[in-house]
Design a protein around this ligand. Structure first.
Ligand code: DC
Length: 248
């Protein structure tokens, strides 16, 4: 999309998905592509709900650490995660992640959670639990932008629109380094790049719900696009899809 196109898209009147139109839009892809921001803003722009599935895997990880459960003790972990009744408070924007009815949004972004989450997200029984919950959420919120790694491939294979948002590991590492610097943290860019590549390969190689690009997804590369340009391009695709759904 050219800058001129993005400008036109930005200037056009606000458009929402008609309220009687159920629609699931999935956005999958690796970390550091701007996926969360894009998904959240796209949902706001289209008048849809926003589901951050990474928050659910992060919540399971925080619970594992805080309850001092050995990540290899899968029975114990599944039991306590189930007892937490993980769900979102939809009154907030973005929706707040709750465990045992308490908000845990800040805790799930901590370093120790970041370091362990890929391992917890690779546990099949944890994934089964989350996939079940995500489908229940979609039944309750049938107008949804769902963001994660397996949303278009596993959780919502019949989604009306699927996106796969990518960017080169180098660009993603640079963005992560910029974020850390903005928080006054010292930064080793080479180490960040190594960690990103390692996490990508863990997410892509796990047997359950690996990060893949579904065949029917629209691939977008955010390496050289600004977030508003990505959102505008997605909005155009969603509008076309909704028009075609409504003319059938
Ligand atoms: O998008 P994020 O960084 O918040 O995701 C946290 C972790 O959870 C990351 O290791 C990928 C994993 N994840 C997953 O396996 N499946 C999802 N649907 C969402 C996230």
């Amino acid at each position: 999309m050219t800058t001129a196109h993005a400008q036109i898209a930005r200037n056009r009147p606000e458009w929402h998905v008609p309220v009687d139109q159920a629609i699931i839009i999935t956005i999958d892809g690796p970390a550091g592509t701007g996926k969360s921001t894009v998904a959240r803003r796209l949902a706001q722009r289209l008048g849809l709900d926003f589901l951050d599935t990474g928050a659910m895997y992060r919540a399971a990880t925080a619970i594992c650490i805080d309850h001092k459960i050995d990540p290899d003790d899968i029975d114990a972990l599944v039991k306590v995660v189930e007892s937490a009744d993980l769900h979102f408070d939809w009154a907030a924007d973005p929706p707040t992640m709750l465990a045992w009815l308490k908000p845990i949004d800040e805790r799930i972004r901590d370093h120790d959670v970041n370091d362990l989450v890929s391992r917890i997200a690779a546990i099949s029984r944890i994934r089964e639990h989350m996939v079940r919950k995500q489908r229940i959420i979609a039944a309750q919120h049938p107008r949804l932008v769902a963001e994660g790694r397996d949303q278009g491939s596993v959780v919502f294979p019949d989604a009306e629109v699927k996106f796969y948002l990518d960017a080169t590991p180098e660009i993603r590492a640079m963005r992560r380094a910029d974020q850390l610097r903005a928080h006054g943290r010292s930064v080793d860019e080479a180490l960040i790049l190594r960690n990103i590549k390692q996490r990508d390969s863990m997410d892509a190689q796990r047997s359950d719900g690996p990060l893949i690009c579904p065949d029917d997804a629209v691939v977008m590369d955010s390496s050289h696009l600004q977030i508003p340009e990505v959102i505008s391009a997605m909005e155009t695709i969603v509008r076309e899809r909704v028009d075609s759904l409504r003319s059938q």
